[in-house]
Structure formats: structure tokens, C-alpha cells
Design a protein around this ligand. Structure first.
Ligand code: SLL
Length: 162
């Protein structure tokens, strides 16, 4: 196939973690969750305002801490839905997020790293107040732009026909 010369396509997305301490009233611990787990949390990759990104992103592998059963998880894209994982635990660690693109792209997978945050260290008083109003959620999100440099023609069609 031929590449579309001189063309760069950017697609924005968000990735990160949202964590919440267990609390009898606002976030009760579900049955079966180990005694030492203190938080529920999610890690995700998604479009801005939940816009669909599965036309360029096929699947996402989340590599969690080795202490977690089944710590390598593959999430297949579902149209219009975030790539999302729910977990519970007690500690912070780095998550490797490997992005697998649609086959038309012929792009190699690419890995991002994200630190799971459970605790509000280093937040300003304003941020802490916002967290309190939000039921104690610890939000750690990052905005990113995926660059497709000189995409192959069929992939260029996919990217621009949305
Ligand atoms: C620490 N470096 O020592 C970190 C490791 C690991 C967190 C944190 C286990 C969850 C599960 C869990 O939360 N591990 O067993 O499912 O603080």
C-alpha cells in the first residue's frame, strides 16, 4: 500500500486512573474482597467526552502489579465504550498500558506508563476540597494525542470518514 505523503493525523484521547477509598456509606467493600484492600479503582483509555476511538484503537493491554492475580489483562474495543478495568487493592504502582491499533494502520503497538494514585498526597487545599465533594475520589488523568504520520491510504480513509 501507499502512504499519504505529508499528512499527519492527530487523535486526542484520555487515559488514567480513578480511585476511591472503601467507606461503609459511600463505597462499601463488596463481599469477597480481601481484608487488606483499602480502595476500589479503575484504569481506562477513552475518547474525549467518550467519543468513539475504536476505529483506530483495537485493543488495550493493561499490565498491573505482579501481586495482582492475572496481572496482564487484555481489553478488546467495543464501539463507543472506554477501554476499562475495575480493580481493588491497597498499594500504588505503575501500570503499563499497551495500545494495539487497528490492522489497517500497520502501526506497531505502543506502551504508555501511568502511576496508579490512591492517595491525595501533594494536592492543593482546593483539590482536596474538590475530592471531598466528589466522595473522596483520587483522579489522575492525562490527555494525550495519538499521531499517525503519513498513514497508509486505506487507514487514512478510516481516519477521515468518521
Ligand atoms: C508497594 N510498590 O509496595 C508497591 C506495590 C502493590 C499493590 C503495590 C494487591 C492487590 C491484590 C495490591 O494492591 N498491590 O492483591 O489483588 O506499595
Amino acid at each position: 500500500g501507499k502512504r499519504v505523503k505529508g499528512v499527519q493525523i492527530f487523535r486526542p484521547f484520555v487515559y488514567g486512573t480513578t480511585a476511591k477509598p472503601f467507606d461503609e456509606k459511600t463505597n462499601p467493600k463488596p463481599p469477597g474482597v480481601p481484608e487488606d484492600h483499602t480502595h476500589s479503582w479503575t484504569v481506562f483509555v477513552k475518547g474525549i467526552d467518550d467519543v468513539d476511538i475504536t476505529y483506530w484503537l483495537r485493543r488495550v493491554q493493561f499490565k498491573l502489579h505482579e501481586s495482582i492475580p492475572n496481572h496482564v489483562r487484555m481489553i478488546e474495543g467495543e464501539k463507543g465504550k472506554p477501554f476499562l478495568l475495575h480493580e481493588t487493592g491497597w498499594g500504588e504502582f505503575e501500570i503499563a498500558i499497551k495500545l494495539y491499533y487497528v490492522p489497517e494502520s500497520a502501526e506497531k503497538p505502543q506502551t504508555l506508563y501511568h502511576h496508579l494514585r490512591l492517595h491525595p498526597y501533594g494536592r492543593t487545599d482546593e483539590e482536596k476540597e474538590a475530592m471531598r465533594l466528589n466522595g473522596g475520589q483520587v483522579i489522575s488523568w492525562a490527555y494525550e494525542e495519538q499521531l499517525f504520520n503519513e498513514p497508509y491510504e486505506p487507514f487514512y480513509e478510516v481516519l477521515t470518514s468518521g
